[in-house]
Design a protein around this ligand. Structure first.
Ligand SMILES: NC(=O)c1ccc[n+]([C@@H]2O[C@H](COP(=O)([O-])OP(=O)(O)OC[C@H]3O[C@@H](n4cnc5c(N)ncnc54)[C@H](O)[C@@H]3O)[C@@H](O)[C@H]2O)c1
Length: 475
């Protein structure tokens, strides 16, 4: 029996309208349990109960130009959308997503639905939700959206639960909260999931801990670790976008400032390079000796945070860890120091400790900048409440960057669905594991991106291939 969905035009409990889906109406004859019509005792079909929860359906038209603008800068996802439309890799599959609800995500969602998927999207960060984009997406066919900007933690998890109500075949996560919920409060649904895709390194780290203790119930591709993504998204995209968010929030002059960057992974190194490019003196803090050595070799000064704290004027955390700027560091920061976080969660700067030290908090002295006045008279400026500064105070990554990231995620999901490069999906023994993005997907993304840029590259001659494969030929 084909699984079908019964999403119909209607109004949800807060007024969001859903598009009519005549082609998804259940075949009542084929589904005996449904033949008695509405109000019957049998359970509704999977996905039938999912309705959108958005701020204002009337914003749908306002959101469309933003999506069209993002589409122009996302040619690779556009190429995949056209290819998926022909190949239908997600035909009949439901995908629950927890992603930032932005114009770029809308472009990804359209590619997935073009490939036959039904997509149920929850916001991965209420502060980055664009209500007009949520409304525009919620009006599309085979899409529901659970996202209102600025909602509290309770509503955030309600939204994740609502997306999971579709009983997903595949999941796409950004930070692992959806997959975590799926393995704790909604464990009954996990067995129906073929696989998932995680966008961030922080989420992938949580998944690896789940896999290590045998808790993970399906294979998850860590999209974040793909070579193309780490280069284009983390290093160049985040590097630029984080400085952009900070400048929007502060309009500060970076030239001549001492900027402390915590963490020298792809994100931190991109941020450090961009800050240096604007004329800052950059200090890097690290816990990994190899990464710290890399920072030294690239010409940065490396210090422990305790030593850097009294010297910095602008602090940017990008570690994926917590309390990187904690009570001890807050006690020695100079007057006027600005604090920003680029890491996934809002725990890298110890905001509760900062609030505890403050005698006065002056909220929003500028948009996304709160001033904390401490007992000794020092004023510290916290940007974006310690949340991801480029998403809260800026516009997030440029669409061109998300093109690469989302292309990786879309192809990884197609692979998990058994309908993509390279071949028929993960082997059965890979269930419950965190998997790298297959190299063939990375190569395909790079190939498509180069094609979109009109860049041609050389190819190996047959003699070169033979030479490179041979161990007999030497000097
Ligand atoms: N702002 C964005 O748009 C954006 C984009 C991608 C990723 N991220 C997030 O940024 C964070 C970093 O990403 P990445 O890809 O560079 O990760 P990564 O794990 O490769 O690098 C993090 C680095 O921080 C170091 N580190 C850990 N704890 C530290 C501490 N206490 N002090 C100093 N250094 C410490 C680690 O040794 C590592 O080198 C993650 O949370 C990731 O999810 C943000």
């Amino acid at each position: 029996m084909a699984r079908t969905s019964r999403i119909t035009t209607g109004t949800d409990r807060r007024g969001a309208r859903l598009a009519a889906e005549p082609d998804l109406e259940p075949d009542l004859e084929a589904e005996p349990g449904l033949a008695a019509g509405p109000g019957l005792a049998t359970a509704p079909p999977p996905g039938a109960a999912v309705l959108s929860d958005i701020a204002d359906p009337g914003l749908a038209l306002t959101g469309l130009p933003g999506i069209a603008w993002a589409e122009r800068a996302m040619p690779v996802v556009g190429m995949l959308r056209a290819e998926f439309a022909g190949r239908q890799p997600f035909a009949g599959l439901r995908i629950a997503c927890c992603l930032h609800v932005t114009a770029e995500t809308a472009v990804l969602v359209r590619a997935l639905t073009a490939g036959g998927a039904e997509v149920h999207l929850a916001a991965s960060n209420p502060l980055s939700t664009q209500d007009d984009i949520a409304a525009a997406l919620a009006a599309e066919q085979r899409v529901t959206v659970q996202a209102r900007s600025g909602v509290d933690r309770g509503a955030y998890y309600e939204h994740i639960h609502a997306a999971l109500d579709c009983e997903p075949d595949l999941v796409m996560d950004d930070g692992c909260d959806l997959v975590n919920t799926l393995h704790t409060e909604r464990a009954d649904l996990a067995r129906g999931v073929r696989g998932g895709c995680e966008a961030t390194s922080t989420g992938a780290a949580r998944l690896r801990r789940m896999a290590a203790d045998g808790s993970l119930r399906f294979p998850v591709v860590a999209a974040d670790a793909s070579a193309t993504r780490r280069m284009i998204d983390h290093k160049y995209g985040t590097g630029q976008a984080v400085l952009d968010g900070i400048l929007r929030a502060t309009n500060t002059l970076v030239a001549g400032k001492t900027v402390v960057v915590a963490g020298f992974g792809p994100c931190g190194s991109g941020i450090a390079e961009r800050a240096r490019g604007l004329g800052a003196q950059v200090i890097v803090t690290e816990v990994d000796p190899v990464r710290a050595l890399g920072a030294i070799m690239q010409g940065f000064r490396v210090l422990p945070m305790a030593a850097a704290a009294p010297m910095g004027e602008l602090f940017i955390t990008a570690t994926g860890s917590r309390d990187v700027i904690g009570e001890a560091e807050l006690a020695v920061l100079p007057d006027g120091a600005m604090l920003a976080n680029a890491g996934h969660f809002d725990v890298e700067i110890d905001v509760p400790a900062l609030a505890g030290l403050a005698v006065t908090i002056n909220p929003a002295i500028r948009p996304h900048a709160d001033e904390y006045v401490l007992g000794d008279g020092r004023r510290l400026i916290l940007l974006a409440e310690g949340r991801v500064v480029n998403l809260v105070a800026g516009e997030g990554n440029p669409a061109a960057v998300m093109d690469t990231s989302f292309a990786v995620q879309a192809l990884a999901l197609a692979w998990l669905a058994g309908a993509g490069l390279p071949g028929a999906g993960p082997a059965p023994e890979h269930g419950g594991q965190v998997l790298d993005v297959p190299a063939a997907i990375d190569a395909e993304i790079a190939r498509l991106t180069l094609a979109s840029l009109g860049t041609r590259i050389d190819t190996l001659t047959d003699a070169q291939v033979r030479y490179l494969r041979s161990w007999q030929e030497g000097s």
